[in-house]
Ligand binder design. Structure first.
Ligand SMILES: Nc1ncnc2c1ncn2[C@@H]1O[C@H](COP(=O)(O)OP(=O)(O)OP(=O)(O)O)[C@@H](O)[C@H]1O
Ligand SMILES: [Mg+2]
Length: 376
């Protein structure tokens, strides 16, 4: 059993800086969880506290049923993979993989069989007699993962392991690591993974659940689809999804069951939703994903049409991102490239008409940024 439980965990560095503020969460045995957030939000600090490489200021950390706040790293059943791989340059791959196990005093046959098993799993058997300097970035990264695997840890800790790789290799390693997690589960050896990244695409594609952090506080801990479809606040809404969600200043009037939204000089009735609002007039932020912004289309129900100017077009291959200017705001629309006639008609500087599909809008408190749909 290797769940990881954080109970009111805080971290104050010796210089007095509070990097982590009373974090609570439980990662289940065998679960793949991603910690994501911008630089400095304390992802590495949290991971290093779990590994035992950083002291815990207050709160309780459990791995399985055991409180491990003061346990040395080697007694925690966790193995960490770092961004810079940290391979020993003077040792061949085989020795890099075996080194930790020899230190533990495991018998030679056991060491050899674990090294071979890991090498097979990661398809690095042919590299065992090379030195790290003779490996590509992706191969080095696989060796670094192998060094964690041979320890048969209950918990894998990854700190931005792919950030030194180019985009293509990053995408294939992403798949490999998630497959590895599933393979181990299928083989009856489930391992818990805590994976740190600042890349929301990596987070969304790899995590069974994702913990979004900002300045040492959890913003939302949820499945990828919940983060995308029901973001807890404007921070999560803009962090998850690419291109970013459009977030516009708006005004909401509530009159009995009728709700009217005013934004960008337009006004429209809002479709039925489970809004929890107090007061009859309030300032809000209205969020709309780029895929919910129509361009020059025919009228549809629950759409607010706005006249604007095309400021920029980006061709991405299978889709097109179009940017529109309305007063001081920029609104992004994402269009499938299959709408070829429409796409080819869009020219920078031309006038256009965009349709905001209000049925898909997210409403946030203007001051706190909290989602006003009461599902949280
Ligand atoms: N030894 C330290 N002493 C004081 N403050 C520190 C120390 N180490 C980290 N910090 C601060 O704690 C905060 C969290 O740092 P941390 O390295 O955990 O962030 P991160 O989310 O991993 O960022 P990145 O994405 O850049 O790796 C930052 O504001 C950082 O400056
Ligand atoms: Mg970090």
């Amino acid at each position: 059993m290797a769940s990881v439980t954080l109970n009111k965990i805080a971290k104050v560095y010796p210089n007095g800086f509070k990097a982590v503020h009373d974090i609570d969460f439980k990662i289940n045995d065998g679960e793949f969880v991603v910690l994501v957030g911008p630089s400095g939000c304390a992802k590495s600090t949290l991971l290093r506290m779990v590994a035992g490489l950083e002291s815990i200021t207050s709160g309780e950390l459990k791995i399985g049923d055991k409180v491990v706040n003061r346990a040395p790293p080697k007694d925690r059943g966790a193995a960490m993979v770092f961004q810079n791989y940290a391979l020993y340059p003077h040792m061949k791959v085989r020795e890099n993989l075996a080194f930790g196990l020899k230190l533990q005093g495991l018998p030679k046959e056991e060491v050899n069989s674990r090294v071979l098993d890991a090498a097979k799993l990661l398809e690095i058997e042919t590299l065992l007699d090379r030195f790290p300097r003779q490996l590509s970035g992706g191969q080095s990264q696989r060796v670094a993962v192998g060094r964690a695997i041979v320890k048969k840890p209950q918990v894998f800790l990854f700190d931005e392991p792919l950030s030194n790789l180019d985009a293509k290799l990053r995408a294939s390693m992403r798949v490999r690591i998630t497959e590895l997690h599933q393979q181990l589960k299928a083989a009856g050896l489930p391992c818990t993974v805590i994976y740190v990244t600042h890349d929301q695409i990596e987070a969304m594609t790899m995590g069974e659940r994702i913990c979004v952090l900002k300045e040492g506080r959890i913003q939302q801990f949820d499945t990828p689809s919940m983060l995308y479809n029901q973001p807890a606040n404007t921070f999560v809404a803009s962090f998850i999804g690419s291109p970013e969600m459009n977030i516009l200043d708006a005004h909401l009037s509530v009159d009995g069951n009728a709700r009217t939204v005013t934004l960008l000089g337009g006004k429209s009735r809002l479709p039925e939703s489970k809004l929890s609002v107090h007061g009859t007039e309030l300032a809000i932020k209205l969020g709309l994903r780029p895929e919910n912004v129509l361009v020059n289309a025919s009228d549809e129900k629950d759409v607010l049409w706005i006249d604007c100017e095309i400021s920029h077009i980006e061709y991405m291959g299978s889709e097109v991102f179009a940017y529109f200017r309305v007063g001081d705001s920029t609104i992004t629309s994402r269009l499938p490239a299959s709408q070829a006639t429409l796409v080819s008609s869009l020219k920078r500087g031309d006038k256009a008409r965009i349709g905001l599909q209000l049925l898909h809008s997210h409403l946030f408190d203007a001051e706190t940024g909290v989602n006003l749909n009461s599902t949280h």
